[in-house]
Design a protein around this ligand. Structure first.
Ligand SMILES: [Zn+2]
Length: 318
């Protein structure tokens, strides 16, 4: 059985009034046999806007705005035709992950059910992972990058869906697998090699939570330039072991691991390391992410102690 994929693109108007709705002006879609495969069907419908009285700059600049203004269809009619066209196919993809969300938002506004989606694929993110950037690339830039002739005007929902379909040929299974991973792990995929880093002993701390919040445990160093970076949260699947990713502005993302062990006097001792990123380490990190997230609380400044100290001072002078 062939599982079809529907690539969806929308044009919309974000009004200036208080109704929080990205009012859809056009639904465009293409059906693919497989990612990067031939387009087997297309869909396009313009929708007459009736919620917002004014158009925003982006909507005013749409090349086929007039087709929406002249359209006899309202959103419920357009959605019914679109749902019929989808005919039960429920793997959707779009460029940037917004389109399906906005479709759902409009359905909620009109109180009609959105087409059921078994899977939503953000092809912009998948494409970015494929070509090795962390920034979302604009569709026209991706088209340029792939050397696809820009035969149609952009910002017509059907044209953009066709472009997205053609660009999707560059997305491979590996980038789709990456796409399914937590973003913390994706960020580490492109981490540069670095020399082995010494472990750092920290503590002792009065409690486990104090250790996790402490400056000593939360300041790993970039293994390439030595800059200290704050860790904002820990991930853990084991009371002794904590992981976090951290980002040097110059050298990108790295992973640090914190081992905590109790001392004989009931305190906690830490060992902080920035280990080499291996598939095994990423697997451990993945387990930790799915087990528990522990946000760090900033350590309270020691103002109170200082104030007390100052208050005592004149007394000692008498
Ligand atoms: Zn650095």
């Amino acid at each position: 059985m062939v599982i079809y994929m529907i690539i969806l693109d929308l044009e919309w108007n974000r009004g200036y009034d208080r109704t929080p709705l990205e009012e859809i002006l056009q639904i465009g879609a293409v059906r693919l046999e497989t990612l990067g495969g031939p387009i087997v069907d297309t869909f396009s419908i313009f929708i007459h806007p009736c919620v917002h009285k004014k158009l925003n700059q982006t909507a005013k600049a749409l090349p086929e705005l007039q087709s929406a203004l002249d359209s006899p269809h309202d959103f419920p009619t357009a959605l019914r035709l679109f749902s019929q066209w989808c005919s039960g196919d429920s793997v959707f993809a779009d460029w940037g992950g917004d389109d399906f969300e906005i479709l759902r938002q409009n359905c909620a506004f009109w109180k009609i059910p959105a087409p059921p989606a078994a899977q939503l694929i953000d092809l912009q993110m998948a494409f970015s992972l494929r070509v090795g950037t962390t920034q979302g690339m604009a569709l026209y830039r991706a088209v340029e990058y792939c050397g696809i002739p820009d035969s149609f005007t952009f910002h017509n929902a059907l044209h953009d869906a066709v472009y997205t379909a053609v660009v999707s040929a560059w997305v491979n299974q590996e980038s789709l697998t990456l796409l399914a991973l937590p973003k913390e792990i994706r960020r580490l995929q492109g981490a540069p090699d670095f020399p082995p880093q010494p472990e750092r002993e920290t503590g002792p701390y009065a409690s486990l939570q104090t250790a996790l919040n402490s400056r000593g445990c939360r300041r790993p160093l970039c293994p390439l330039c030595g800059e200290a970076v704050w860790v904002r949260r820990w991930y853990s699947d084991h009371p002794d072991r904590y992981y976090s990713d951290f980002r040097c502005k110059t050298h990108g993302s790295f992973l640090c691991r914190l081992h905590l062990s109790p001392t004989e006097s009931g305190q906690w001792q830490g060992r902080l390391s920035v280990p080499e990123i291996t598939p095994a380490l990423l697997r451990d990190f993945d387990h930790a992410i799915h087990a528990r997230e522990i946000p760090c609380k900033s350590v309270k400044p020691r103002k109170e102690f200082r104030r007390r100290y100052h208050r005592r001072k004149p007394a000692s002078g008498q």
